[in-house]
Design a protein around this ligand. Structure first.
Ligand code: GLN
Length: 474
Protein backbone atom coordinates (compact mmCIF):
# COMPACT_ATOMS: atom_id res chain seq x y z
CA UNK A 1 0.00 0.00 0.00
CA UNK A 2 1.22 3.50 -0.87
CA UNK A 3 1.99 6.03 1.83
CA UNK A 4 -0.18 9.10 2.36
CA UNK A 5 2.34 11.37 0.68
CA UNK A 6 2.55 9.04 -2.32
CA UNK A 7 -1.23 9.00 -2.62
CA UNK A 8 -1.41 12.80 -2.39
CA UNK A 9 1.31 13.10 -5.02
CA UNK A 10 -0.46 10.68 -7.37
CA UNK A 11 -3.71 12.60 -6.92
CA UNK A 12 -2.07 15.97 -7.51
CA UNK A 13 -0.17 14.78 -10.57
CA UNK A 14 -3.15 13.03 -12.13
CA UNK A 15 -1.77 9.48 -11.77
CA UNK A 16 -4.80 8.86 -9.53
CA UNK A 17 -7.81 10.85 -8.38
CA UNK A 18 -9.37 11.51 -5.00
CA UNK A 19 -12.45 9.66 -6.18
CA UNK A 20 -10.40 6.61 -7.07
CA UNK A 21 -8.65 6.67 -3.68
CA UNK A 22 -12.01 6.84 -1.92
CA UNK A 23 -13.30 3.82 -3.85
CA UNK A 24 -10.14 1.88 -2.94
CA UNK A 25 -10.71 2.69 0.74
CA UNK A 26 -14.42 1.86 0.57
CA UNK A 27 -13.59 -1.46 -1.08
CA UNK A 28 -11.08 -2.34 1.65
CA UNK A 29 -13.57 -1.34 4.35
CA UNK A 30 -16.34 -3.42 2.76
CA UNK A 31 -14.04 -6.40 2.55
CA UNK A 32 -13.22 -6.67 6.25
CA UNK A 33 -15.44 -4.38 8.32
CA UNK A 34 -18.02 -7.06 9.12
CA UNK A 35 -15.27 -9.33 10.39
CA UNK A 36 -13.19 -6.74 12.27
CA UNK A 37 -15.84 -4.17 13.39
CA UNK A 38 -13.50 -1.25 12.72
CA UNK A 39 -15.91 1.45 11.54
CA UNK A 40 -19.08 2.30 13.46
CA UNK A 41 -20.14 4.57 10.61
CA UNK A 42 -18.86 4.80 7.04
CA UNK A 43 -19.65 8.13 5.38
CA UNK A 44 -19.77 6.91 1.79
CA UNK A 45 -21.63 9.87 0.33
CA UNK A 46 -19.68 12.47 2.31
CA UNK A 47 -16.37 10.88 1.31
CA UNK A 48 -17.37 10.77 -2.36
CA UNK A 49 -18.51 14.40 -2.26
CA UNK A 50 -15.27 15.52 -0.58
CA UNK A 51 -13.27 13.59 -3.19
CA UNK A 52 -15.22 15.24 -5.98
CA UNK A 53 -14.39 18.65 -4.52
CA UNK A 54 -10.67 17.80 -4.44
CA UNK A 55 -10.71 16.50 -8.02
CA UNK A 56 -12.64 19.59 -9.18
CA UNK A 57 -10.10 21.85 -7.50
CA UNK A 58 -7.25 20.03 -9.24
CA UNK A 59 -9.06 20.26 -12.59
CA UNK A 60 -9.40 24.02 -12.10
CA UNK A 61 -5.69 24.23 -11.35
CA UNK A 62 -6.30 25.35 -7.75
CA UNK A 63 -3.78 24.75 -5.01
CA UNK A 64 -4.66 21.56 -3.10
CA UNK A 65 -3.26 20.60 0.28
CA UNK A 66 -0.61 18.07 1.28
CA UNK A 67 -3.23 15.37 1.93
CA UNK A 68 -5.12 15.79 -1.35
CA UNK A 69 -7.33 12.74 -1.81
CA UNK A 70 -5.94 10.82 1.17
CA UNK A 71 -8.57 8.81 3.10
CA UNK A 72 -8.53 9.26 6.88
CA UNK A 73 -10.38 7.36 9.61
CA UNK A 74 -11.65 9.33 12.62
CA UNK A 75 -12.07 7.99 16.12
CA UNK A 76 -15.70 8.27 17.14
CA UNK A 77 -15.02 10.87 19.83
CA UNK A 78 -14.13 13.47 17.19
CA UNK A 79 -17.02 15.62 16.06
CA UNK A 80 -17.74 15.97 12.38
CA UNK A 81 -20.72 18.11 11.51
CA UNK A 82 -23.81 16.06 10.71
CA UNK A 83 -22.03 12.70 11.12
CA UNK A 84 -23.16 10.34 13.90
CA UNK A 85 -20.72 10.58 16.81
CA UNK A 86 -21.23 8.15 19.66
CA UNK A 87 -17.99 7.68 21.64
CA UNK A 88 -19.08 4.03 21.29
CA UNK A 89 -21.74 4.74 23.91
CA UNK A 90 -25.49 4.14 23.86
CA UNK A 91 -25.93 7.49 25.57
CA UNK A 92 -24.91 9.31 22.38
CA UNK A 93 -26.70 7.03 19.94
CA UNK A 94 -28.40 9.10 17.26
CA UNK A 95 -26.56 12.34 18.10
CA UNK A 96 -25.17 14.29 15.18
CA UNK A 97 -22.82 17.13 16.14
CA UNK A 98 -23.71 20.59 14.80
CA UNK A 99 -20.04 21.48 14.34
CA UNK A 100 -16.72 19.89 13.39
CA UNK A 101 -13.58 19.47 15.46
CA UNK A 102 -10.72 21.76 14.47
CA UNK A 103 -8.71 18.70 13.40
CA UNK A 104 -11.49 17.69 11.00
CA UNK A 105 -11.59 21.18 9.47
CA UNK A 106 -7.81 21.12 9.09
CA UNK A 107 -7.92 17.70 7.41
CA UNK A 108 -10.52 18.94 4.94
CA UNK A 109 -8.50 22.11 4.26
CA UNK A 110 -5.49 19.87 3.53
CA UNK A 111 -7.53 17.89 1.00
CA UNK A 112 -7.92 14.74 3.14
CA UNK A 113 -11.08 12.66 2.92
CA UNK A 114 -12.76 11.66 6.22
CA UNK A 115 -14.11 8.15 5.64
CA UNK A 116 -16.13 7.66 8.81
CA UNK A 117 -15.97 7.01 12.51
CA UNK A 118 -14.02 4.21 14.17
CA UNK A 119 -14.85 2.00 17.11
CA UNK A 120 -13.29 2.67 20.50
CA UNK A 121 -13.65 1.89 24.16
CA UNK A 122 -16.72 3.71 25.48
CA UNK A 123 -15.75 7.36 26.08
CA UNK A 124 -12.12 6.24 25.54
CA UNK A 125 -12.09 4.33 28.83
CA UNK A 126 -10.28 1.09 28.22
CA UNK A 127 -7.34 -0.58 26.53
CA UNK A 128 -8.95 -3.18 24.28
CA UNK A 129 -12.14 -1.72 22.65
CA UNK A 130 -14.03 -4.32 24.69
CA UNK A 131 -15.94 -1.58 26.54
CA UNK A 132 -17.51 -0.35 23.27
CA UNK A 133 -21.31 -0.55 23.41
CA UNK A 134 -21.20 -1.78 19.81
CA UNK A 135 -18.96 -4.83 20.21
CA UNK A 136 -15.17 -5.03 20.19
CA UNK A 137 -12.87 -4.45 17.23
CA UNK A 138 -10.72 -7.39 16.18
CA UNK A 139 -6.97 -7.08 15.67
CA UNK A 140 -6.20 -7.37 11.94
CA UNK A 141 -2.93 -9.17 12.79
CA UNK A 142 -4.86 -11.88 14.68
CA UNK A 143 -8.66 -11.57 14.87
CA UNK A 144 -8.79 -13.67 18.06
CA UNK A 145 -7.01 -10.84 19.87
CA UNK A 146 -7.80 -7.27 20.87
CA UNK A 147 -6.45 -4.36 18.83
CA UNK A 148 -5.72 -2.43 22.01
CA UNK A 149 -7.57 0.68 22.95
CA UNK A 150 -9.10 2.97 23.33
CA UNK A 151 -8.35 4.01 19.72
CA UNK A 152 -8.54 0.34 18.64
CA UNK A 153 -10.75 1.01 15.62
CA UNK A 154 -8.43 3.71 14.28
CA UNK A 155 -5.37 1.47 14.74
CA UNK A 156 -7.14 -1.45 13.07
CA UNK A 157 -8.27 0.73 10.13
CA UNK A 158 -4.62 1.49 9.35
CA UNK A 159 -3.32 -2.00 10.12
CA UNK A 160 -5.97 -3.56 7.87
CA UNK A 161 -5.06 -1.16 5.04
CA UNK A 162 -8.53 0.39 5.03
CA UNK A 163 -7.07 3.89 5.27
CA UNK A 164 -3.42 4.99 5.30
CA UNK A 165 -4.11 7.49 8.10
CA UNK A 166 -6.25 7.65 11.22
CA UNK A 167 -6.72 9.98 14.14
CA UNK A 168 -7.06 8.80 17.71
CA UNK A 169 -6.92 10.37 21.14
CA UNK A 170 -4.47 9.57 23.91
CA UNK A 171 -5.39 10.28 27.54
CA UNK A 172 -3.24 7.57 29.12
CA UNK A 173 -1.93 5.66 26.11
CA UNK A 174 -4.88 5.25 23.80
CA UNK A 175 -2.93 6.06 20.64
CA UNK A 176 0.40 4.42 21.47
CA UNK A 177 -0.94 1.22 23.01
CA UNK A 178 -3.24 0.21 20.09
CA UNK A 179 -0.53 1.30 17.63
CA UNK A 180 1.87 -1.10 19.38
CA UNK A 181 -0.63 -3.96 19.44
CA UNK A 182 -1.56 -3.49 15.77
CA UNK A 183 2.01 -3.04 14.49
CA UNK A 184 1.75 0.59 13.37
CA UNK A 185 3.09 4.03 14.35
CA UNK A 186 1.28 6.18 16.93
CA UNK A 187 2.17 9.61 18.27
CA UNK A 188 0.96 11.26 21.47
CA UNK A 189 1.75 14.92 20.85
CA UNK A 190 2.73 17.48 23.46
CA UNK A 191 -0.32 18.67 25.40
CA UNK A 192 -1.68 21.71 23.57
CA UNK A 193 0.06 21.02 20.25
CA UNK A 194 -3.19 19.78 18.68
CA UNK A 195 -6.47 21.55 19.35
CA UNK A 196 -8.99 19.59 21.42
CA UNK A 197 -11.90 21.66 20.11
CA UNK A 198 -14.52 19.13 19.03
CA UNK A 199 -12.90 16.20 20.83
CA UNK A 200 -15.47 14.86 23.30
CA UNK A 201 -13.67 15.25 26.61
CA UNK A 202 -12.66 12.31 28.79
CA UNK A 203 -10.00 13.91 31.06
CA UNK A 204 -9.37 17.39 29.71
CA UNK A 205 -5.95 17.94 31.29
CA UNK A 206 -4.63 14.71 29.72
CA UNK A 207 -6.46 14.29 26.38
CA UNK A 208 -4.53 14.85 23.15
CA UNK A 209 -5.44 13.99 19.55
CA UNK A 210 -2.73 12.39 17.43
CA UNK A 211 -1.88 10.30 14.37
CA UNK A 212 -1.97 6.55 13.76
CA UNK A 213 -0.14 5.65 10.56
CA UNK A 214 1.84 2.93 8.88
CA UNK A 215 5.02 4.98 8.55
CA UNK A 216 6.85 7.60 10.58
CA UNK A 217 6.87 10.01 7.62
CA UNK A 218 3.09 9.77 7.38
CA UNK A 219 2.79 10.51 11.09
CA UNK A 220 4.92 13.63 10.60
CA UNK A 221 2.78 14.71 7.65
CA UNK A 222 -0.52 14.18 9.46
CA UNK A 223 0.68 15.83 12.66
CA UNK A 224 1.89 18.88 10.76
CA UNK A 225 -1.56 19.24 9.21
CA UNK A 226 -3.51 19.03 12.48
CA UNK A 227 -1.10 20.84 14.85
CA UNK A 228 -0.83 24.55 15.58
CA UNK A 229 -2.60 27.17 17.63
CA UNK A 230 -6.38 27.25 17.72
CA UNK A 231 -8.14 30.15 19.46
CA UNK A 232 -11.09 27.83 20.14
CA UNK A 233 -9.04 25.70 22.57
CA UNK A 234 -7.78 27.78 25.50
CA UNK A 235 -5.11 25.17 26.28
CA UNK A 236 -3.74 25.27 22.73
CA UNK A 237 -0.05 26.22 22.49
CA UNK A 238 0.41 29.71 21.07
CA UNK A 239 2.63 28.88 18.12
CA UNK A 240 1.86 27.57 14.61
CA UNK A 241 2.44 23.91 13.66
CA UNK A 242 6.11 22.91 13.88
CA UNK A 243 8.04 21.73 10.82
CA UNK A 244 8.14 17.94 11.17
CA UNK A 245 8.32 16.37 7.72
CA UNK A 246 11.65 18.00 7.02
CA UNK A 247 13.19 16.42 10.13
CA UNK A 248 12.17 12.79 9.66
CA UNK A 249 15.58 11.84 8.21
CA UNK A 250 17.59 13.76 10.82
CA UNK A 251 18.77 10.58 12.55
CA UNK A 252 19.99 10.34 16.15
CA UNK A 253 23.73 10.95 15.80
CA UNK A 254 24.97 12.82 18.88
CA UNK A 255 21.69 12.44 20.79
CA UNK A 256 21.75 11.20 24.37
CA UNK A 257 19.07 8.63 25.02
CA UNK A 258 18.19 7.12 28.41
CA UNK A 259 16.99 3.53 28.60
CA UNK A 260 14.44 3.72 31.40
CA UNK A 261 14.32 0.72 33.70
CA UNK A 262 10.79 1.59 34.91
CA UNK A 263 9.54 1.51 31.29
CA UNK A 264 10.83 -2.03 30.78
CA UNK A 265 10.59 -3.89 34.11
CA UNK A 266 7.60 -6.20 34.17
CA UNK A 267 7.31 -6.49 30.39
CA UNK A 268 7.26 -9.90 28.70
CA UNK A 269 10.67 -11.29 27.71
CA UNK A 270 10.02 -10.85 23.98
CA UNK A 271 9.06 -7.21 24.52
CA UNK A 272 12.23 -6.63 26.55
CA UNK A 273 14.26 -8.28 23.79
CA UNK A 274 12.81 -5.86 21.23
CA UNK A 275 13.69 -2.86 23.38
CA UNK A 276 17.23 -4.21 23.84
CA UNK A 277 17.60 -4.57 20.11
CA UNK A 278 16.19 -1.05 19.52
CA UNK A 279 18.83 0.28 21.90
CA UNK A 280 21.54 -1.38 19.83
CA UNK A 281 20.12 0.14 16.64
CA UNK A 282 20.02 3.63 18.15
CA UNK A 283 23.58 3.22 19.40
CA UNK A 284 24.78 2.01 15.99
CA UNK A 285 23.12 5.09 14.46
CA UNK A 286 25.34 7.33 16.59
CA UNK A 287 23.28 7.96 19.71
CA UNK A 288 24.87 7.79 23.13
CA UNK A 289 22.59 5.41 24.99
CA UNK A 290 22.76 5.29 28.78
CA UNK A 291 20.92 3.27 31.43
CA UNK A 292 18.42 5.42 33.30
CA UNK A 293 16.01 5.23 36.19
CA UNK A 294 13.06 7.48 37.08
CA UNK A 295 11.50 5.89 40.18
CA UNK A 296 8.59 8.40 40.17
CA UNK A 297 7.21 6.72 37.05
CA UNK A 298 5.95 3.87 39.21
CA UNK A 299 3.46 6.25 40.81
CA UNK A 300 1.89 7.17 37.48
CA UNK A 301 -0.83 4.56 37.31
CA UNK A 302 -2.22 5.35 40.77
CA UNK A 303 -2.24 9.10 40.16
CA UNK A 304 -3.84 8.63 36.75
CA UNK A 305 -6.68 6.50 38.12
CA UNK A 306 -7.62 9.34 40.46
CA UNK A 307 -7.08 12.32 38.15
CA UNK A 308 -8.63 10.86 34.97
CA UNK A 309 -11.82 9.55 36.65
CA UNK A 310 -12.16 12.81 38.62
CA UNK A 311 -12.11 14.83 35.42
CA UNK A 312 -14.34 12.29 33.67
CA UNK A 313 -16.96 12.44 36.42
CA UNK A 314 -17.22 16.16 35.81
CA UNK A 315 -17.03 16.01 31.99
CA UNK A 316 -19.64 13.27 31.69
CA UNK A 317 -22.18 15.14 33.82
CA UNK A 318 -23.42 16.79 30.61
CA UNK A 319 -24.91 13.50 29.39
CA UNK A 320 -28.15 13.90 31.28
CA UNK A 321 -30.87 12.95 28.83
CA UNK A 322 -31.62 16.60 28.05
CA UNK A 323 -28.94 17.85 25.73
CA UNK A 324 -27.67 14.85 23.75
CA UNK A 325 -28.70 11.48 22.39
CA UNK A 326 -30.54 9.00 24.55
CA UNK A 327 -33.39 9.87 26.94
CA UNK A 328 -35.19 7.38 29.15
CA UNK A 329 -38.28 8.97 30.72
CA UNK A 330 -38.94 9.12 34.46
CA UNK A 331 -41.51 10.70 36.80
CA UNK A 332 -39.43 13.82 37.32
CA UNK A 333 -36.19 15.29 36.00
CA UNK A 334 -33.95 13.50 38.52
CA UNK A 335 -35.59 10.16 37.74
CA UNK A 336 -35.19 10.82 34.01
CA UNK A 337 -31.48 11.70 34.48
CA UNK A 338 -30.94 8.55 36.50
CA UNK A 339 -32.80 6.25 34.13
CA UNK A 340 -30.99 7.74 31.12
CA UNK A 341 -27.55 7.38 32.67
CA UNK A 342 -28.31 3.89 34.00
CA UNK A 343 -29.32 2.71 30.53
CA UNK A 344 -26.88 4.82 28.54
CA UNK A 345 -23.52 4.21 30.21
CA UNK A 346 -21.68 0.88 30.28
CA UNK A 347 -20.09 -0.70 33.35
CA UNK A 348 -16.58 0.75 32.90
CA UNK A 349 -17.87 4.29 32.41
CA UNK A 350 -20.01 3.95 35.53
CA UNK A 351 -17.00 2.64 37.46
CA UNK A 352 -14.93 5.68 36.40
CA UNK A 353 -17.72 8.15 37.29
CA UNK A 354 -18.07 6.58 40.72
CA UNK A 355 -14.30 6.50 41.33
CA UNK A 356 -13.98 10.11 40.23
CA UNK A 357 -16.95 11.38 42.20
CA UNK A 358 -15.60 9.66 45.30
CA UNK A 359 -12.10 11.09 44.79
CA UNK A 360 -13.57 14.60 44.56
CA UNK A 361 -16.05 14.32 47.41
CA UNK A 362 -15.86 16.43 50.56
CA UNK A 363 -13.59 14.80 53.11
CA UNK A 364 -11.72 12.72 50.52
CA UNK A 365 -10.66 15.43 48.09
CA UNK A 366 -7.32 16.15 49.80
CA UNK A 367 -6.54 12.50 50.48
CA UNK A 368 -7.17 11.33 46.93
CA UNK A 369 -7.44 14.01 44.26
CA UNK A 370 -5.12 16.48 46.00
CA UNK A 371 -2.55 13.77 46.66
CA UNK A 372 -2.67 12.62 43.04
CA UNK A 373 -2.01 16.17 41.87
CA UNK A 374 1.10 16.28 44.06
CA UNK A 375 2.32 13.05 42.51
CA UNK A 376 1.68 14.55 39.10
CA UNK A 377 3.88 17.53 39.98
CA UNK A 378 6.62 15.16 41.13
CA UNK A 379 6.36 13.33 37.83
CA UNK A 380 6.69 16.58 35.86
CA UNK A 381 9.78 17.50 37.89
CA UNK A 382 11.31 14.05 37.51
CA UNK A 383 10.97 14.24 33.71
CA UNK A 384 12.38 17.79 33.74
CA UNK A 385 15.47 16.55 35.62
CA UNK A 386 15.80 13.64 33.20
CA UNK A 387 15.72 15.89 30.17
CA UNK A 388 18.56 17.95 31.57
CA UNK A 389 20.70 14.83 31.17
CA UNK A 390 19.32 13.19 28.04
CA UNK A 391 17.46 14.27 24.91
CA UNK A 392 15.07 11.32 24.75
CA UNK A 393 14.03 8.28 26.74
CA UNK A 394 13.30 4.82 25.45
CA UNK A 395 11.32 1.87 26.77
CA UNK A 396 8.47 -0.43 25.86
CA UNK A 397 5.06 0.89 24.85
CA UNK A 398 3.15 -1.97 26.47
CA UNK A 399 4.13 -4.89 28.72
CA UNK A 400 2.69 -7.49 26.32
CA UNK A 401 1.70 -8.08 22.73
CA UNK A 402 -2.00 -8.10 21.75
CA UNK A 403 -3.94 -10.23 24.24
CA UNK A 404 -6.93 -12.54 23.64
CA UNK A 405 -10.49 -11.25 24.08
CA UNK A 406 -11.78 -11.57 27.61
CA UNK A 407 -8.39 -12.17 29.16
CA UNK A 408 -8.39 -8.91 31.15
CA UNK A 409 -12.06 -7.97 31.40
CA UNK A 410 -12.73 -9.78 34.68
CA UNK A 411 -10.08 -7.77 36.53
CA UNK A 412 -10.05 -4.01 35.81
CA UNK A 413 -6.61 -3.66 37.43
CA UNK A 414 -5.03 -6.06 34.95
CA UNK A 415 -6.54 -4.02 32.10
CA UNK A 416 -5.32 -0.75 33.64
CA UNK A 417 -1.79 -2.18 33.77
CA UNK A 418 -1.70 -2.26 29.94
CA UNK A 419 -1.00 1.47 30.12
CA UNK A 420 1.59 1.48 32.88
CA UNK A 421 4.34 2.59 30.46
CA UNK A 422 2.32 5.19 28.55
CA UNK A 423 0.50 7.06 31.33
CA UNK A 424 3.48 9.10 32.70
CA UNK A 425 3.82 11.04 29.43
CA UNK A 426 0.20 12.19 29.68
CA UNK A 427 0.56 13.25 33.30
CA UNK A 428 3.59 15.35 32.33
CA UNK A 429 1.93 16.79 29.20
CA UNK A 430 4.88 15.65 27.11
CA UNK A 431 5.35 13.82 23.80
CA UNK A 432 5.99 10.19 22.87
CA UNK A 433 5.89 7.90 19.87
CA UNK A 434 5.36 4.16 19.53
CA UNK A 435 7.09 2.47 16.63
CA UNK A 436 6.58 -1.18 15.66
CA UNK A 437 9.85 -2.97 16.26
CA UNK A 438 10.40 -6.70 16.39
CA UNK A 439 7.88 -9.41 17.13
CA UNK A 440 6.78 -11.28 20.21
CA UNK A 441 4.56 -14.22 21.11
CA UNK A 442 2.91 -15.82 18.03
CA UNK A 443 4.74 -13.42 15.73
CA UNK A 444 2.65 -10.51 17.03
CA UNK A 445 3.83 -6.90 16.85
CA UNK A 446 5.84 -5.21 19.60
CA UNK A 447 5.95 -1.43 20.05
CA UNK A 448 9.05 0.44 21.21
CA UNK A 449 8.29 3.76 22.86
CA UNK A 450 10.42 6.89 22.58
CA UNK A 451 9.64 9.75 24.95
CA UNK A 452 10.72 13.37 24.86
CA UNK A 453 10.04 16.71 26.51
CA UNK A 454 7.31 19.04 25.33
CA UNK A 455 7.70 20.10 21.69
CA UNK A 456 10.22 17.34 20.92
CA UNK A 457 8.09 15.77 18.16
CA UNK A 458 10.65 16.39 15.40
CA UNK A 459 13.38 14.62 17.41
CA UNK A 460 11.06 11.76 18.34
CA UNK A 461 9.97 11.21 14.74
CA UNK A 462 13.60 11.20 13.59
CA UNK A 463 14.49 8.59 16.22
CA UNK A 464 11.43 6.54 15.30
CA UNK A 465 12.53 6.66 11.69
CA UNK A 466 15.90 5.15 12.65
CA UNK A 467 14.09 2.15 14.14
CA UNK A 468 11.74 1.91 11.15
CA UNK A 469 14.68 1.91 8.73
CA UNK A 470 16.44 -0.82 10.72
CA UNK A 471 13.32 -2.96 10.38
CA UNK A 472 13.54 -2.54 6.63
CA UNK A 473 10.20 -0.79 6.42
CA UNK A 474 9.88 1.81 3.69
N1 GLN B 1 -6.53 2.78 28.99
C1 GLN B 1 -6.51 4.02 29.70
C2 GLN B 1 -7.85 4.24 30.36
O1 GLN B 1 -8.61 3.35 30.31
C3 GLN B 1 -6.17 5.15 28.77
C4 GLN B 1 -7.29 5.51 27.89
C5 GLN B 1 -7.00 6.63 26.97
O2 GLN B 1 -5.86 7.01 26.74
N2 GLN B 1 -8.07 7.20 26.44
O3 GLN B 1 -8.14 5.25 30.92
Amino acid sequence: MRSASEIARDVREGASSAQREVEIALGAIRERNDELNVFLYVDESGARAAAQRVDDAIARGDEVGPLAGVPVALKDNLCQRGIPTTCASRILEGWRPPYSATVVDRLLDAGAIPMGKTNMDEFAMGSSTETSAFGPTRNPLDPTRVPGGSSGGSAAAVAANMTPLALGSDTGGSIRQPAALCGIVGVKPTYGLVSRYGLIAFASSLDQIGPLTRTVADAALLLEVIAGHDPRDSTSLPEPAPALRGHVEDGVAGRRIGVVRELIDGADADVVASVDRAVEVLRAAGAEVVPFSIPELRLGLSAYYLIAPAEASSNLARFDGVRYGLRVDGDDVAAMNEATRTAGFGAEVKRRIMLGTYALSAGYYDAYYGQALKVRTQMIEAFRRAYREVDLLVGATTPTVAFPFGSKTANPMSMYLSDVFTIPTNLAGEAAISVPFGVGENGLAVGVQLLGPGRSEATLLAAGRVLELAEGRS
